[in-house]
Write a protein that binds this ligand. Structure first.
Ligand SMILES: [Zn+2]
Length: 123
């Protein structure tokens, strides 16, 4: 799945919940402010909104901070296949898989801990 598809998927998925939530808030107001439905509706509305914003931001970061981006941004820190940290110059870069179903790996400096770039997980 590419980034544009993932973004559309998240927006559509969260919008469904937000519509349900919005509908619940609306009918609660029509019914004279039923507190239970107001709270329930607000939860359905704001939780997906928060998730959506977080995910979209994360996807944009993954999309932007690639190996190629790092190469063009810090050409001095790429020599052949060797990558070094733009911050401290250390050449020991480790990779860790990001949890939370992001399907991405983070390449980070073992010395200062800075994230250099991200790469998609090979499946
Ligand atoms: Zn470093």
């Amino acid at each position: 799945m590419n980034y544009a598809t993932s973004k559309i998927f998240i927006i559509v998925f969260c919008s469904i919940f937000m519509l349900i939530g919005g509908g619940a808030i609306f009918s609660a107001l029509l019914a004279g402010g039923n507190l239970f439905f107001l709270v329930w509706g607000a939860m359905f509305f704001f939780i997906p909104l928060t998730i959506m914003r977080g995910r979209l931001k994360q996807l944009s970061t993954f999309e932007k901070m690639t190996y190629d981006w790092y190469k063009s941004e810090h050409p001095d820190h790429i020599q052949g296949n060797k990558v070094s940290c733009f911050s401290c110059g250390n050449a020991r870069i480790n990779v860790r898989a990001l949890m939370n179903r992001t399907f991405h790996r983070e390449h980070f400096c073992t010395q200062c801990g800075k994230t250099l770039y991200y790469s998609p997980e090979q499946s």
